[in-house]
Write a protein of this length. Structure first.
Length: 64
């Protein structure tokens, strides 16, 4: 698995979204080195991002 963005035009928005989610969860994610964060902290950011993206897609599919 790679860290490549499937839609390159979305990279900036996804990065911004990642920092917004980290802030909501209280994870001190910074631009640059984040090796001091735990796997649990990083995983919570990624997991919550996916949850929010699925919710947004479901709303779109429901016509809301």
């Amino acid at each position: 698995m790679s860290n490549k963005t499937n839609v390159p035009e979305a990279k900036h928005a996804l990065d911004q979204f990642k920092y917004e989610v980290a802030n909501e969860l209280g994870v001190p994610l910074t631009n640059g080195y984040n090796g001091d964060l735990t796997s649990r902290q990083n995983g919570s950011v990624g997991g919550y991002m996916v949850k929010k993206m699925i919710e947004a897609q479901e709303r779109q599919m429901a016509g809301k």
